[in-house]
Ligand binder design. Structure first.
Ligand SMILES: Nc1ncnc2c1ncn2[C@@H]1O[C@H](COP(=O)(O)OP(=O)(O)OP(=O)(O)O)[C@@H](O)[C@H]1O
Ligand SMILES: N[C@@H](CCO)C(=O)O
Length: 321
């Protein structure tokens, strides 16, 4: 359950009075997720998602996120639509937090993806990249290579609480990636958090993408590396080459990778693993008292990082074969 901020019914009714959404019927906290407070909102006008944005979402970035969802939806991508209030605003304040209401998407997440799901995801990711090419707003990636050391430093002394060798591995990874991070690759709007819990299926097709709150402008292949880590490893932390090939080939059919992106992919995959290892590590140590949230296990991403450190060429992922 990710609910950090409780919503008082009376306050919610007052908030909804600014929208043309009819009468409140119910509002229930949502179990999944770790970043924001999400509620299933049911009114006489239908079903919606009410999100109260928490610590990792800067209020100034919300016009980028909400505008991107509107842009992608207008391009035919399945994604939530911000609901505007009577004054035309997509963003309000509720219980002291920035808050928005978005449309409810049908569909369900796949908790144990098969290669076919990875191929559909590759297609959807490429469509997102192509559809975002003319999105006019820009937002730098706050969690790219420049953000990892400042995120980790305040908690580095506690690395041993997660794994004995975590401190040593993170120290060498930060040195290596800060020195060698790939620059000058094709850039565009990326989702940056396209895990299975943020992709909805209906049958064998992707019906919608959610949770655009890490979206930013960065290397497109970095987004593909994030998906490889999130979709192509098994529960024991082993890389599944069949799923990796399905993802990478489906993506490349829609947006071919440049030689530089193929060359850079092993480092991008290591960086993508380190990024989520570090956010999970910090969240693992800092669960707010009383928050209803299940932090995700950083050791899952330590296993991925250990694997990528053994990779010598993109061909080991099935790229550029
Ligand atoms: N537009 C939507 N339609 C239907 N369900 C949604 C929608 N948005 C969110 N949800 C539900 O709420 C859950 C949490 O949403 P979301 O992933 O955005 O939260 P989060 O705190 O950002 O989580 P994460 O840990 O993935 O970053 C989703 O897994 C999904 O079950
Ligand atoms: N999807 C992230 C959590 C939200 O950033 C993870 O699984 O670590």
């Amino acid at each position: 359950m990710a609910v950090y901020t409780d919503v008082d019914d009376e306050e919610l009714i007052g908030f909804l009075a600014g929208y043309d959404l009819g009468a409140l019927l119910s509002c229930k906290g949502i179990a999944e997720g770790v970043e924001n407070s999400n509620y299933y909102l049911h009114t006489s006008a239908g079903s919606f998602i009410l999100t109260l944005y928490e610590k990792r979402v800067a209020e100034a970035d919300l016009p980028f996120f909400l505008g991107l969802m509107e842009h992608l939806s207008a391009k035919g991508l399945g994604c939530p639509q911000p609901v505007r209030d009577r004054a035309g605003a997509a963003l309000g304040r509720l219980a002291g937090r920035p808050a928005a209401i978005v449309t409810f998407l049908d569909g369900y997440s796949i908790h144990h993806p098969e290669p076919a799901h990875c191929a559909r995801l590759g297609e959807a990711l490429a469509q997102l990249h192509l559809a975002g090419a003319d999105f006019p707003l820009r937002r730098a990636n706050a969690l790219s290579v420049g953000g990892w050391r400042p995120l980790y430093a305040p908690f580095s002394a506690r690395a041993g609480e997660v794994a004995e060798d975590l401190g040593a591995i993170v120290a060498t990874e930060l040195e290596t990636l800060e020195r060698d991070w790939p620059r000058g690759l094709p850039e565009g709007v990326i989702h940056a958090d396209l895990f299975p819990d943020n992709v909805f299926f209906l049958g064998d097709r992707v019906s919608g993408l959610i949770d655009f709150y890490f979206a930013c402008v960065d290397s497109l292949a970095y987004d593909l590396a994030i998906c490889l880590n999130a979709w192509c490893f098994d529960a024991a932390g082993s890389y599944d080459a069949e799923k990796g090939a399905a993802l990478l080939e489906a993506y490349a059919r829609a947006r071919p990778l440049t030689a530089a992106e193929v060359e850079a992919f092993p480092l991008l995959a290591r960086g993508a693993a380190l990024r989520f290892l570090l956010t999970r590590f910090v969240d693992w140590l800092n669960v707010p008292p009383g928050a209803l949230v299940r932090p995700k296990d950083p050791r899952e991403y330590l296993a991925r990082l250990r694997f990528h450190r053994t990779i010598r060429s993109a061909r080991d992922y099935g790229l550029g074969a």
